[in-house]
Every structure is written in C-alpha cells, then in structure tokens.
Design a protein around this ligand. Structure first.
Ligand code: UDP
Length: 237
C-alpha cells in the first residue's frame, strides 16, 4: 500500500497511500535533540515507539478520545487519517522538568498542584516559542473555540495517561501532544511515545525516555524495550 514519500521528519517518514484520506507514518530508529543539533540512531527504537504509540492511541479511542490512528501496516508502519496539523505543541505538565525549569524559577521534580498546559508554536525556524491564546489566534494557527477544545482534550488525555502509566510503574512529568483537523473535528495526531513523553520509573526515578539520549544517561534501546515490555507485553510473547 505504501506509495510516494510525502515528507521525512526527525523520527518518522510520512508516505502517501492510494487513498488521499490516509497516510502511513513510518517510525524510524533515528534520534535528534536540541533542534536537530544532536543526532543518532538506536536499534529498534522505531519499532518500540510505533507499538507504544499504537497501544496508547487504541486505549485513548476506547476512552472516547478521537485520534488519527487507523491500524498498523507493519511493525513500524502506522496507517493514519490524513489531517490538517495544527501548529501547536501542546504540553501537559504534571512535574516540573526540562524547559520549564530553565525558563522559570521552578525546580526539577516540583509537583504541580494541577496540570499545567503549555502551548508552544511548532516552528523549528522560530525555536518553538511559547504561545498564548491571543497570539495563536492572531497568527491564524487556531480559533479561540479550537484552543478551548484542545485544552479540554489535553487535560482529559493527561488524566487518562497519568493513571494508565501509574499502573505500569511510571510517573509522567510531561508529554507533548499534536492535534489535527479532520472533517470539522479535532483529533490527536502525531505520536505518543518514549520520544514525546517524559517517563520516570516510579521506584528508581530513572528516565526511561528521550532524556537518556539528550543527556547521555545510558542505553536508550534498553530503556525503550523496558517501557515496551510494560505497555505492550504482547509483542514479546
Ligand atoms: N517534546 C517533544 N517534542 C518537542 C519538544 C518537546 O516531544 O519538539 C516533549 C518532550 O519530550 C517532553 C515535553 O515535550 O516530554 C516537554 O518538553 P520541554 O518543553 O521540557 O523541552 P525539552 O527540555 O525536552 O527540550
């Protein structure tokens, strides 16, 4: 079914299919961080992320959240609805980590009383600056109604994911969501994986996500495999 390449991002390549309403997202082993300045590859990373993302999308759909996920075409290739991506990185934060601890006077590990939703403009050219509602509307990125709906969906997804991951032995300090428009609806797009979530092991506090690569904290493939073992144990049977 795979056809012409539409574009290749940092960790996924998107292909057209025979049906213009559907695309294939191929999860690759390549890794980048710090706006693409740091690059590498990790064995089976694409496979683990594709399977973790698949499982989380299926679980969200069961909870009534619409996503772009349709089905897996192979171990690493996900058939998805073609959506119009909204250029916002929506970041629910539960525990302070990463950029928020560099930009504001808050220490890593501080637990927020309630989830903090951060909206960043998805733009490599401008370095993903933080948005507020008025800027988002002024730039024509989304309407006030869409922003309200995105916030509501992000909070609901955060709630579901925190509980789901807690049962698997993880804390979820923060993660990144992308949304797209599909026939008048807003749906979750892109991926939800070890590349886009901060996952801390509940008992050791160890990072089990892309921070291993960002800060040279150890064997990334091994950590992603452990996450996959807890979230998609069926692929190891
Ligand atoms: N994130 C992402 N893609 C991006 C930027 C951030 O998936 O382009 C995720 C990141 O993995 C983390 C969360 O969003 O789980 C918050 O990232 P942060 O703003 O702290 O940036 P970082 O410090 O990771 O660069």
């Amino acid at each position: 079914m795979k056809r012409e390449e539409l574009y290749s991002g940092k960790a996924k390549t998107i292909y057209k299919t025979d049906d213009p309403a559907k695309l294939i997202a191929q999860f690759r082993d390549s890794l980048t961080a710090f706006d693409g300045k740091k690059k590498s590859e990790a064995a089976k990373k694409g496979y683990y992320n594709a399977q973790i993302s698949r499982k989380i999308f299926e679980m969200l759909e069961e909870e009534g959240i619409k996503t772009h996920y349709i089905e897996m075409e192979s171990d690493t290739d996900m058939l998805v609805d073609a959506v119009e991506i909204i250029a916002i990185e929506v970041i629910p934060r539960n525990i302070a980590a990463g950029s928020i601890t560099r930009k504001y006077p808050i220490e890593e590990g501080t637990v927020f009383d309630k989830p903090v939703i951060v909206l960043d403009y998805k733009s490599d050219e401008y370095g993903d600056p933080m948005l507020n509602e008025d800027i988002t509307v002024a730039l024509g990125i989304a309407t006030y109604e869409e922003i309200a709906q995105i916030r509501e969906m992000a909070l609901k997804i955060n709630d579901i994911l925190v509980k789901y991951l807690d049962e698997k032995g993880f804390l979820l300090p923060d993660f990144k969501l992308e949304f797209g428009r599909k026939g008048g609806e807003i749906v979750v797009a892109d991926e939800i994986s070890c590349d886009t979530c901060r996952l801390w092991d509940k008992s050791t506090g160890q990072s089990m996500d892309k921070d291993i690569f960002r800060f040279d904290k150890g064997d990334l493939s091994k950590a992603y495999e452990e996450v996959a073992r807890r979230i998609v144990p069926e692929i190891f049977e």
